[in-house]
Design a protein around this ligand. Structure first.
Ligand code: ZN
Length: 261
């Protein structure tokens, strides 16, 4: 397949976790047909890295956010998110995010698996839901072991522009979120996940997006994930929707444009 023929978008990557070889990662993404990578921040420090990368690389666009802080602390402690945390003021960061004109707010949400400060997480997530409505830009939402609460909060707030990233909720919640018109981003590990394959079958093509969560969630065991691999999500969408990869890619890219531009 000719990469020039496909329009690929990766709506959720952690480019801050790539170090020396990011030039190569971006070059491989372009060669694969990736036109847009939305880099997501998780705290004050990574938000600034995201903004720098968006200035440096033409296909990178910035999403700024605050991942549930207690969950992030835990992930940093066990080495799952290899950065050094630095303290910052959350409300100052929210003001910084607002004036930095991100294309989306992410990564934000709730994580009851790794985090324990439920009240604090909900208070922070609500601030992002409100900011998303004020700025009229999408939320890129993390919802681990808190899918129902996330849906309830978004619904109660009348949120419209929502991307449920790597959503692991049960079928009734997928149906409810789809009924609200929200979007689901299909991660590259869909190649071996019955759950995400079911999601593709259940959700209309107009509400599907693609993501890698790179360098996490690789489609290839033992290999670091990178935005070029987003093609794997598209191949699975094409297969299950009975479309050519080109047609599936064009549909997903159109969804990206409708929601983000
Ligand atoms: Zn992520």
């Amino acid at each position: 397949m000719d990469a020039a023929m496909v329009l690929l978008v990766d709506v959720h990557a952690h480019l801050d976790l790539f170090k020396d070889d990011l030039d190569g990662v971006i070059a491989r993404a372009k060669a694969a047909g990736v036109k847009v990578i939305i880099a997501n921040g998780v705290d004050s420090q990574t938000n600034r890295v995201v903004l720098d990368l968006a200035k440096k690389y033409d296909i990178v666009k910035p999403a700024l956010g605050i991942y549930p802080p207690d969950a992030l602390q835990q992930e940093v402690d066990v080495g799952d998110y290899p950065i050094q945390l630095k303290p910052y003021d959350v409300d100052e960061e929210l003001a910084f995010i607002e004036k930095s004109e991100p294309v989306a707010l992410g990564e934000v949400g709730l994580d009851y698996k790794t985090g324990k400060d439920i009240a604090g997480q909900k208070e922070l997530f609500q601030k992002f839901i409100d900011l998303s409505k004020k700025l009229d830009i999408p939320l890129i939402v993390h919802s681990r072991k808190a899918e129902q609460v996330v849906i309830d909060m978004l619904d109660a707030s009348g949120a419209k522009k929502v991307v449920l990233h790597c959503f692991s909720g049960k079928k009734s919640l997928i149906k409810r979120a789809a009924g609200k018109g929200w979007s689901f981003s299909i991660p590259t590990n869909v190649v071996r996940s019955e759950h995400f394959q079911n999601m593709i079958n259940m959700v209309h093509i107009s509400q599907l997006l693609t993501e890698t969560d790179a360098p996490l969630l690789s489609p290839f065991p033992g290999q670091r994930n990178e935005p070029a691999f987003v093609l794997e999500s598209l191949k699975k969408i094409a297969e299950l929707k009975g479309l050519t990869v080109e047609d599936a890619a064009n549909a997903v890219f159109q969804n990206y444009q409708n929601l983000f531009l």
